[in-house]
Design a protein around this ligand. Structure first.
Ligand SMILES: Nc1ncnc2c1ncn2[C@@H]1O[C@H](COP(=O)(O)OP(=O)(O)O)[C@@H](O)[C@H]1O
Ligand SMILES: [Mg+2]
Length: 373
């Protein structure tokens, strides 16, 4: 195989509630990977967390028939780089080298994919990988910490408080009182570390709030309560790059429900994307400026989709950053790049280049203190 062919490991599925979305994103990525440039190793991660590989691992995951696939692993020991298949040999498990990998592409949304955990494994293994590193992923994922970082940057975010599951369990009434001191209803309750609107409740009354808190606390040990932005419009923008990130045009989501809930995202299928979003010049500038500043502030890299609320009176609030956004051909992140002149397949190539660029940059870091004698 010519050395210009890169070995790319595509990871999909995963332990989060967004497992199925990940398979769809990975299908789109796989469909544009140029086989003259990339040798692709498909790795599916099951709901239970097992890593499996095979010729057509993605198809096997899509069909729910993974029996023929082989267990595969990535060693955290950097002196044993690449992927190993785990073979069964007379009562023992044996690691057999499968391939060296030039770049890992985690197309994994949510927990254990987008939150810095798998990025930590890539770092231990000294591997190049697409997307943000440990800090960018973790801060981007945690709505509580993320909002504090935005506040420190002077980027407007909606007023919120963070409460612990243990506080909700110990004294629900006290938490309700703190939340009500934040603002009038509606209030939004959400688990700090989740996505896809899972566990998110729009609360119109005290009883909604109590129920919402208990619901959200099932999904995380920390829960965010936020002032609801009345009549909000949902604006999103895509960012691409490492040290010199660029922003796309902005788009708008018109949810097909009362808010952009799990059902509106994946079940009803009646939400619409409007590209470009109808914004005043000032709003468009704010969205671009805040998105790029947020990307830098969390030390994101490669890609991120940054989501905003636009209130009835035209105020822009940054809501969240997604470091591995939905990536099907019809998802907002690539659609916004397409509208900005970058085709889907070029976007994928660029992300892979950025992963290698980041690895070269990281390799320049001195790991041993060279003391001047
Ligand atoms: N403070 C808020 N005001 C108005 N709508 C909100 C607010 N917080 C969340 N929402 C609605 O809930 C949706 C999901 O919340 P979000 O914080 O984006 O969580 P997720 O990470 O699950 O997407 C948003 O897209 C929006 O429709
Ligand atoms: Mg969201």
């Amino acid at each position: 195989m010519p050395s210009s062919v890169l070995t790319l490991a595509l990871l999909f599925g995963g332990r989060s509630g967004e497992h199925e979305v990940s398979l769809m994103s990975a299908r789109s990525v796989l469909s544009v990977l140029d086989r003259a440039r990339y040798r692709v190793i498909e790795i599916g991660i099951t709901h239970e967390g097992a890593w499996l590989t095979g010729e057509n691992a993605l198809a096997a995951f899509e069909q729910g028939q993974t029996d023929e696939l082989l267990p595969v692993t990535l060693h955290p020991d950097r002196s044993r780089p690449g992927l190993y298949v785990i073979r069964n040999g007379s009562g023992r498990e044996i690691l057999e080298k499968l391939a060296d990998v030039d770049v890992y592409f985690p197309v994994l949304h949510g927990s254990y994919g987008e939150d810095g955990t798998i990025q930590g494994l890539f770092e231990m293994a000294d591997a190049a990988y697409v997307g943000a590193g440990v800090v960018g992923s973790a801060v981007g994922m945690d709505k509580g910490v993320f909002k504090e970082v935005m506040r420190a940057q002077g980027i407007p975010v909606v007023e919120s408080i963070l409460v612990l599951r243990s506080e909700i369990e110990a004294d629900l009434e006290a938490v309700v009182r703190r939340a009500e001191a934040l603002s009038e209803y509606p209030l939004f309750v959400k688990p700090a570390n989740l996505g896809s609107s899972v566990g998110v409740t729009k609360c119109r009354s005290r009883s909604d709030l109590a129920e919402g808190l208990i619901e959200a606390a099932q999904y995380d040990r920390r829960v965010l309560v936020e002032r609801g932005v009345p009549g909000t419009r949902e604006i999103e923008i895509s960012v691409l790059g490492n040290d010199h990130p660029q922003a796309s045009v902005a788009g708008e989501i018109i949810p097909g429900a009362d808010f952009y809930s799990y059902d509106a995202k994946y079940i009803l299928g009646n939400s619409r994307l409007v590209i470009p979003a109808a914004l005043t010049e000032t709003q468009a500038d704010q969205v671009r400026d805040y998105a790029l500043r947020a990307f830098r502030a969390v030390d994101a890299c490669g890609m991120a989709r940054v989501d905003f609320f636009l209130s009835e009176d035209g105020e822009v609030f940054l809501n969240e950053i997604n470091t591995i956004p939905g990536f099907t051909k019809i998802s907002m992140y690539p659609k916004l790049w397409e509208a900005s002149g970058l085709a889907y397949s070029e976007l994928v190539n660029r992300l892979i280049e950025l992963a290698m660029e980041r690895k070269r940059e990281r390799d320049r870091t001195v790991r041993v203190y060279r003391r001047n004698a």
